[in-house]
Design a protein around this ligand. Structure first.
Ligand SMILES: *Cc1c(COP(=O)(O)O)cnc(C)c1O
Length: 446
């Protein structure tokens, strides 16, 4: 018997129409071309310039609510802490804070952003393998709700920082469950060879020691096994089962466990990857951790904000060689590094209305940076694009602006928030003056 045909031909890129059908905040209008909510992207490009990051407030809210609803449906009381590193824009954080999101932070800077966005410090979790003494003092001084400790060495630092301030801080122990989330090697975090967390085998002894350590109160355990997880719930379920066993072991030893932090990592379909749903994740949590009587916590980043953003860019020139067609944009790897760093695929769609109906031909979409790695896509089907034509990179709301740099002395791009028919610049394009402002010549150079 012949094998059943796959539902989706994975070698074929999705069409523009297929890409837009999955992204309800984007639509093509006969006159205005590509719009986000009720705002034509061409208008934003005209008024703000390119490259520019554009975020849909409606989509941020819709996705946050969908995640919360899935958890409520599964009867899981769960605090959602948005992973600030995915998108640290203040207006994005404020939008999510207004929905009731707390924050998962990994630096003093992210804590300052979360507080500036109006997030209660009690709803902030401080994660990360290398929190400095200064950062710990700052965070404890500001009253963060929980610190996730990643090593015995760090437990000692947290204790020193808290006792110096005369404070007691709630600490969860991040364990490394040694599971393979089957995502890109650069964003898997739950294998024993990864730098994150404490081995399960060492966790209960350290947790017991924590309860006798001054300045901290052990409140629970945490995991985070990786990012852009699309390979189903198996890795999550295994990690959570290990965590549940650990909770039972700790309690059997008379150690209180009040909270379990389930981490983030839920993937999104950039191309046509299977899209794990929040309901599936809630189900995996329900069956493994649901009966422990703990307060659950979650730290999603990408799933909430990734699909909410686009990177808007202009064509500088089309260059044709004997064998290739290159579409050269004014955006580059310094803006959106994910293709260069993770071989990531982003949908790239035109903005002008006529371009959606025009014939396409394969091209390489590249930036102007002096590296071959500055390639966004190879053999991508796009219509002919005159200089000045606009394109939008889809799903650029997570790890986009957050990871951008000024490589090649290129200023950081502007960020824009769309909300219904309104839009506003929520981070000004960096000026050439600001780009150079920190540089000094030593006085011996005259
Ligand atoms: C990066 C990170 C997250 C968020 O990951 P996403 O894949 O964006 O959901 C959550 N928790 C921790 C500890 C992280 O490092």
């Amino acid at each position: 018997m012949a094998a059943p045909a796959p539902l989706i031909d994975t070698d074929e890129d999705p069409s523009f129409a297929d890409l837009l059908a999955q992204r309800p905040h984007l639509a093509v209008h006969a006159h205005d071309g590509l719009t986000m909510e009720d705002v034509p992207l061409a208008r934003i490009a005209r008024e703000v310039g390119t490259p520019a990051w554009v975020y849909s407030a409606g989509t941020l809210r819709r996705r946050f609510r969908a995640l919360r609803a899935a958890l409520e449906e599964a009867r899981l009381p769960c605090d959602i802490h948005f992973a600030v590193k995915a998108n640290p824009n203040l207006a994005v954080l404020r939008t999510l804070a207004a929905e009731g999101a707390g924050a998962d932070i990994v630096s003093e800077g992210e804590l300052r952003l979360a507080l500036a966005a109006g997030i209660d410090p009690a709803h902030v979790v401080f994660s990360g393998v290398g929190k400095t003494m200064d950062e710990l003092r700052f965070a404890i001084g500001r009253g963060v709700g929980q610190i996730n400790a990643e090593s015995a060495e760090e437990v000692a630092m947290i204790s020193a920082a808290a006792t110096a301030l005369g404070r007691t801080v709630d600490v969860a122990l991040r364990v490394n469950p040694d599971v393979d989330a089957r995502t890109h090697a650069k964003i898997t975090t739950g294998r024993s060879e990864n730098k994150f967390g404490v081995a399960i085998a060492d966790a209960s002894a350290l947790y017991a020691r924590m309860s006798a350590t001054p300045g901290l109160r052990p409140v629970g355990v945490a995991v985070h096994i990786g990012s852009q997880i699309t390979a189903g719930m198996a890795a999550y379920a295994t990690a959570y089962r290990h965590l549940a066993d650990l909770v039972r072991e700790l309690r059997a030893a008379g150690l209180p466990v009040e909270r379990v932090d389930c981490g983030g990592g839920l993937g999104i379909p950039y191309r046509h990857e299977p899209a794990p749903s929040p309901a599936a994740l809630a189900g995996a949590i329900r069956t493994t951790l649901g009966n422990l009587g703990v307060r659950l916590m979650m730290e999603p980043g990408r799933w909430i904000c990734g699909p909410a953003g686009v990177l808007l860019a202009s064509v500088v020139i089309e260059k044709r060689t004997a064998t290739r067609r290159f579409v050269i944009l004014d955006a580059a790897m310094n803006d959106l590094v994910r293709p260069a760093m993770y071989e990531a695929w982003h949908g790239i769609v035109p903005v002008a209305p006529a371009a959606f109906a025009a014939a396409t031909s394969p091209c390489d979409v590249v930036g102007p940076v002096c590296e071959t790695g500055d390639t966004f896509a190879r053999n991508r089907g796009l219509p002919d694009l005159e200089p000045g034509s606009l394109v939008a990179f889809l799903d650029a709301g997570a790890y986009g602006a957050a990871m951008s740099s000024t490589y090649n002395a290129r200023p950081l791009a502007a960020e824009v928030l769309v909300d219904g028919a309104r839009f506003a610049v929520v981070r000004a394009r960096q000026t050439q003056e600001a780009l150079l402002a920190g540089q000094r010549l030593p006085d011996w150079m005259g």
